[in-house]
Design a protein around this ligand. Structure first.
Ligand SMILES: *Cc1c(COP(=O)(O)O)cnc(C)c1O
Length: 372
């Protein structure tokens, strides 16, 4: 490029943009996805998993929308503290929703559970003994192991559990290991084991399905569905699930445009080398915001109506995009979308060798959550 051309470029694109990334969160789409799942079941209640701050999108706002617009009355979190914070946000909802805590209860949390009316998901006999001695007759849930081999009671503990006089077991749960692949033989095996174990607790409601099980069919539904990721608009399957509406749209402004000559490199370690004279758009988002570094050279960005490749290393605060093929280069301040209605979150996740769950829960603290 001549000095003159460079000067002209700098004059046209010289205004640096200094604002950062944001995620638009479509609560109507969230509610639509909830309704889509609810319509799939004849008899089961549809709950909502809002652990990890509602998969990064704000547990309080997500749960309030589902409670108010869809009458969702069962929420699930991972830890007692999450449950307590959620209870405060749902104070005015009537009747008060159930809040289940997947990790169960420990003695130092008795006050927390009592003050916020939390329901533990008991994972060990020790937790079951703790709970029944502190809160005899107060409803609890329990997780039984059927094959994922994470937290949960061993099947051999169930008889002892059933014999606990002070246990009021409201829900018996298990969790599928391989539901991302509906045809996997593990699903049917876990389903029939669960049905067998459930006969020990005839009065308890039964809950096996997360998002994948909820979308897989009535066989997996039992009495209470626990969808998470599908509510947030991402497919729980290896394959896309077109019936789900995108909820989160990750966006960042183009802070600067840079013209480079063929042979120049872009970003750390010079891993991208331009094969032609190129126009590079610098977006104000990086791995510090949850734009995975592993997506460098593989992700796409949607700008001014077209997809363009992310090139070079992703930095902490910046992502570089090759917009050479745009009919006219974007202006500074143009908006780049990294997933959303124009680029599915499942595709974006695959480009980073990960899953949508990790993209959402990895959204950084400085990504502005905007509810639309
Ligand atoms: C996280 C979680 C869910 C929700 O899973 P999704 O795949 O996001 O629907 C349901 N049940 C348990 C026990 C979980 O840990």
């Amino acid at each position: 490029m001549t000095q003159d051309a460079r000067k002209q470029h700098d004059e046209k694109h010289g205004d640096a943009v200094t604002s950062g990334p944001w995620v638009d969160i479509d609560l109507s789409a969230l509610c639509k996805n909830f309704a889509t799942i609810r319509k799939k079941t004849q008899s089961a209640e549809t709950g909502a998993v809002v652990k990890c701050d509602g998969y990064g999108l704000g547990a309080g706002n997500v749960a309030r929308a589902l409670a108010a617009r869809e009458e969702c009355r069962s929420f699930f979190v991972a830890y007692g503290e999450e449950g307590a914070a959620l209870r405060k946000r749902l104070q005015d909802v009537s009747p008060a929703p159930a809040i289940y805590v997947f990790s169960g209860v420990a003695a130092e949390h008795f006050d927390l559970f009592r003050d916020h009316a939390l329901t533990p998901v008991l994972n060990t006999m020790n937790q079951a003994r703790l709970w029944t001695s502190a809160f005899p007759g107060v409803p609890a849930a329990a997780m039984v192991e059927t094959g994922i081999n994470r937290a949960g009671l061993a099947p051999g503990d169930l008889t002892a559990l059933a014999n606990m006089a002070d246990l009021n077991l409201e829900v018996l749960m298990s969790h599928l290991a391989c539901a991302a692949t509906p045809s996997h033989q593990m699903n049917a095996r876990q389903r029939s084991l669960f049905a067998e174990f459930a006969t020990t607790f005839p009065k308890a409601r039964k809950s096996l399905a997360a998002s994948a099980g909820s979308l897989m069919g009535a066989d997996y539904h039992f009495d209470l569905l626990r969808p998470g990721i599908a509510l947030y608009g991402a497919s729980p399957f290896v394959d896309p699930a077109p019936e789900l509406a995108p909820v989160a749209t990750l966006r960042a402004p183009i802070m600067q445009l840079r013209r480079i000559n063929a042979g120049e490199t872009v970003g750390y370690d010079g891993v991208f080398k331009a094969a032609r004279d190129s126009m590079i758009a610098v977006a104000a988002i990086g791995y510090g915001d949850g734009m995975p570094r592993s997506a460098g050279g593989r992700a796409m960005a949607f700008i001014d109506g077209a997809l363009h490749p992310v090139v070079g290393r992703i930095s902490m605060d910046m992502t570089t995009i090759d917009v050479t093929d745009a009919p006219s280069p974007p202006e500074t301040g143009a908006v780049a979308e990294f997933y959303g209605p124009n680029l599915s979150i499942n595709t974006a996740a695959a480009a980073a060798s990960t899953i949508a769950y990790e993209l959402l829960t990895g959204l950084g603290g400085r990504v502005d959550r905007r509810y639309v």
